[in-house]
Ligand binder design. Structure first.
Ligand SMILES: O=P(O)(O)OC[C@H]1O[C@](O)(CO)[C@@H](O)[C@@H]1O
Length: 561
């Protein structure tokens, strides 16, 4: 991309206009905004790609939204969206395009990067996946001793884990009858030991998922899996039937001992956290079948088309991105909660955490100068209604403003009694409570009506009062099916892109995670029994803890006490 620098974010007439809007809105309560405008819900509701966004419970008006749109235009957002889809090198520090949208582009369309259309190789890989999944499901590809596979263990971490794990879990009702999927990510030996404990090597298939094929955790777990397999009756020859890899480093996978034909490709133009749409999605395809995997891609593509073509004012990822910026800059919000009211979506916050925080946890602009404004928020969350009995207390009465995304399907896969109606009521009551709150006087009157003496009610009222005016989005989908889920994940990918573009940062690199990896290599050596030779080079804390581990802990030889 020929990157033409953006003017400073916070020193512009558009920023001044936003500041004025915020000053005007800060003292206003959303209760009043709703009371003044009976059409607030239809006015601030959008539908696209099977999703509905209700953003009416936000601290916005038409004029603040117009000011946000003006800011987006001054940041040349439309141009940046165009650059993303045209395959320009939007990942400037690594000099690469970010082509996750090409992974869900139909075969009839082209995404041309410097003269080369990448769509044919994407579909070639999809067809290879289809053949492989078909062979596993039909029992044509069997494990040692001719048994069909019953279990798949996907070994990978970060983007090579969180996305596939979350989607497989979210699509639990679509799982193939005879195949169970397991995920191993952590270098903690308990992760793989606990998984393998219940498995039979004769019927277990391993997927080693690593774009770089250099990731310590993944390689250690893959080696442990291979040892377990061989120790339990598998031969080297049989490894080639039981081990499959997905990587951009085919030679490394072969060096590890995985047959060339068992290696599915990845491309350097896909970031790990955007890779579940590629062959990294193999565990998903094995779990739910290739037709469902293709529906997932179709849902994401529908969201891509919406993002690429809808005017900014009607564009769901753009609106969600701008609202995030609004709260983080003008309302001092430091975090953002994602609360799916669906049991099967319980891992969505963890996936979005990597997606957002690895993408937008940045401190310099694309041109290398430091930002003088906050960038990506802390993303956290969990399944509703469970969180209501835990951290929602802070959402309602804490001193920090936490904008929330409620995500809720209209239909459950398990329509048990009135559970779904109750769940929906819980979701709506939370967004309503956050918005309207309960003033002192209401709390007081309630207690009086229950017969509490006046003095006691006065004393308790401030504790029971809830300020409200806490913003939230509500995202509805018909049900958590492959298509709706694809659209939902793509929506968040684009929201992250929008914010990165507004902040003028590179959302596609992740240099921040490298230092810990570098230091880890030295420390790991020093933890070995003879690793303490020579002068300690670390700070006294690290040296002290190394020493303590060597004296009292369990090293790699297992010699600890
Ligand atoms: O797929 P790989 O190369 O093993 O990387 C795993 C993860 O590690 C990271 O590079 C961070 O360390 C992520 O960005 C990535 O998703």
């Amino acid at each position: 991309m020929t990157y033409s620098p953006l003017p400073p974010l916070t020193d512009s007439p558009e920023w001044d206009a936003l500041r004025e809007q915020a000053e005007h809105l800060r003292p206003r309560h959303m209760r009043d905004l709703f009371a003044e405008d009976p059409d607030r819900y239809p006015r601030y509701t959008l539908e696209a790609a099977g999703l509905l966004l209700d953003y009416s419970k936000n601290r916005i008006t038409d004029s603040s939204l117009a000011a946000l749109m003006a800011l987006a235009r001054s940041r040349r957002l439309e141009e940046r969206i165009g650059a993303l889809f045209k395959g320009e090198r939007v990942n400037t520090t690594e000099n690469r395009p970010a082509l996750h949208a090409a992974l869900r582009t139909p075969e009839s369309e082209a995404v041309t990067v410097e003269g080369q259309d990448v769509v044919p190789e994407v579909h070639h890989t999809l067809r290879r996946m289809e053949t492989f999944v078909g062979q596993i499901h039909s029992g044509q590809w069997r494990g040692m001793n001719g048994h069909p596979f019953t279990d798949v263990v996907s070994i990978g971490i970060g983007g090579s884990f969180l996305g596939p794990q979350m989607v497989s879990e979210a699509l639990r009702p679509y799982w193939h009858d005879q195949l169970r999927c397991h995920f191993v990510a952590n270098i903690d030996g308990s992760d793989i030991s606990d998984t393998l404990r219940h498995l039979d090597p004769e019927t277990t298939l391993f997927l080693v998922q690593s774009k770089s094929f250099r990731t310590q955790e993944t390689l250690a777990n893959a080696r442990a899996a291979r040892e377990w397999f061989v120790e339990n009756g598998g031969s080297q020859e049989q490894v080639s039937r039981h081990f499959v890899a997905v990587t951009s480093q085919q030679d490394e996978a072969e060096r590890f001992g995985i047959a060339r034909d068992n290696v599915f490709p990845m491309w350097d133009w896909v970031g790990g956290r955007y890779s579940l749409w590629s062959a990294i999605g193999l565990p998903i395809a094995l779990a739910v079948g290739m037709d469902n995997f293709r529906s997932l891609l179709a849902g994401a593509h529908a969201m891509d088309e919406h993002f690429r073509t809808a005017p900014l004012e009607r564009n769901i990822p753009v609106i969600m991105g701008l609202l995030g910026l609004w709260y983080s800059h003008f309302f001092d919000a430091h975090s953002h909660a994602v609360l799916p009211y669906d049991h099967f979506l319980k891992s969505l916050p963890a996936h979005l955490q990597q997606l957002d925080m690895e993408s937008n946890g940045k401190q310099v602009r694309i041109n290398g100068t430091p930002v003088d404004y906050p960038t990506g928020p802390v993303i956290w969350g969990g399944a509703g209604a469970n969180g209501q009995h835990a951290y929602h207390q802070l959402l309602h009465q804490g001193t920090r403003l936490v904008p929330v995304d409620f995500i809720m399907p209209l239909h459950s896969h398990n329509p048990l009694g009135d559970h779904h109606r109750l769940l929906f009521a819980n979701c709506l009551s939370q967004s309503q409570a956050l918005m309207r709150g309960k003033i002192d006087e209401e709390a007081f009157e309630e207690m009086r009506a229950e017969g509490m003496p006046e003095e006691k009610a006065r004393e308790l009222a401030p504790h029971k009062a809830i300020p409200g005016n806490k913003p939230s989005n509500t995202l509805l989908l018909d049900r958590v099916d492959p298509k709706g889920l694809g659209a939902l994940i793509a929506l968040y990918e684009h929201k992250v892109f929008v914010q990165g573009a507004l902040w003028d940062i590179d959302s596609f690199d992740q240099w921040g995670v490298e230092l810990g990896k570098q230091l880890g290599k030295t420390i790991e050596k020093r933890l070995e029994a003879d690793g303490g030779q020579g002068e300690p080079r670390e700070d006294s804390s690290t040296t002290g803890l190394i020493q303590l581990f060597r004296e009292r802990g369990q090293g790699i030889s297992g010699a600890g006490k």
